[in-house]
Design a protein around this ligand. Structure first.
Ligand code: FE2
Length: 299
């Protein structure tokens, strides 16, 4: 099989944290490493070099250190098996290969058991700058390094356990939990001694947003607040209007320690906030100018 041209199997569409996107087969797939073509490795190398050039001073120290410690190859697609040796020894997490986005319950179940699903295929060369769905580069480069961090590793497992529970509570609970994932795991910022830094995977795997989230005046940068985030809609088609800032990964873990069930019940009747809202109660690091925002399209 020529993996470079093989198409993943699309089985259905589902509303997910990436919007309305294809959802693939749910089975675990062996990474077909020998099947990657020169184009695939070149795409990895191009994206890796580009992000590593701009991330020092922008990504948090933990991310960059963990990525180095994992030994991700800069010039070819890493083998999941090699990374697993390091990752499992560090925090007990294991990478598993998948065809793409999973249905929510499958995804949560993997996280709850410290398995992180990584899409086996990488974007085509013409998709270097943007791909709607998560591919290998987003999943591996963006998500995996912080699984080496004990506090973040625990948070991801707690998130999976919370997801399994929320799935049983209902769609509103799931929506609130999805917003938490979006504004932390995908698009989170963290405050370090020398300023704000990136830890969100959706940012570190995007050149444009890595710069925009920290240096543009347009977006809000607001202190982390669990319930506030659970009520905040977000963008799937543009850079975020608001980024939420944590003080530490321990803060994130602590915030998810309580049972969310009563929180879901309490917030169920409260209105949601548009993505660009700033509230009086917010701890504002930067109030966005809103330049370039469109007024509809929050999800
Ligand atoms: Fe992601």
């Amino acid at each position: 099989m020529n993996v470079a041209t093989a198409q993943p199997r699309r089985v259905e569409n589902l509303h997910t944290d990436k919007g309305k996107v294809p959802v693939y087969a749910t089975g675990i797939v062996e990474q077909p490493w020998e099947g990657y073509g020169a184009d695939d490795h070149a795409t990895w190398a191009t994206l890796y070099a580009r992000q590593r050039e701009i991330l020092p001073g922008r990504a948090c120290d933990e991310f960059l250190q963990a990525q180095d410690a994992m030994g991700m190859a800069p010039d070819r697609i890493p083998k999941f098996a090699d990374l697993n040796e390091v990752l499992h020894a560090a925090t007990g997490w294991t990478l598993i290969g998948v065809e793409g986005l999973l249905p929510e319950l499958d995804f949560f179940d993997h996280l709850a058991n410290r398995r992180f699903p990584v899409t086996w295929w990488i974007r085509r060369p013409d998709q270097i700058d943007y791909i709607e769905e998560p591919d290998l580069f987003h999943d591996l480069f963006g998500h995996v390094p912080l699984l080496m961090n004990p506090a973040f590793a625990d948070y991801m497992q707690a998130y999976g356990q919370g997801g399994v529970k929320a799935h049983g509570v209902g769609p509103e609970a799931l929506q609130m939990l999805t917003r938490l994932y979006w504004y932390t795991v995908e698009f989170g910022l963290i405050r370090q001694k020398d300023g704000l830094r990136i830890y969100g995977s959706g940012i570190v795997s995007s050149k444009g947003e890595s710069i925009h989230c920290l240096e543009s005046d347009a977006p809000n940068r607001i202190g982390f607040d669990l319930e506030r985030i659970m009520r905040t809609r977000y963008r799937i088609d543009t850079y975020q209007k608001t980024y939420f800032v944590i003080d530490s990964f321990e803060q994130l873990m602590e915030a998810t320690r309580p049972d969310f069930t009563p929180i879901y019940a309490r917030l169920a009747n409260e209105p949601s906030f548009p993505a660009g809202t700033v509230r009086d109660a917010d701890r504002v690091f930067h109030r966005g100018t809103g330049e370039g925002w469109s007024n509809d399209g929050d999800v």
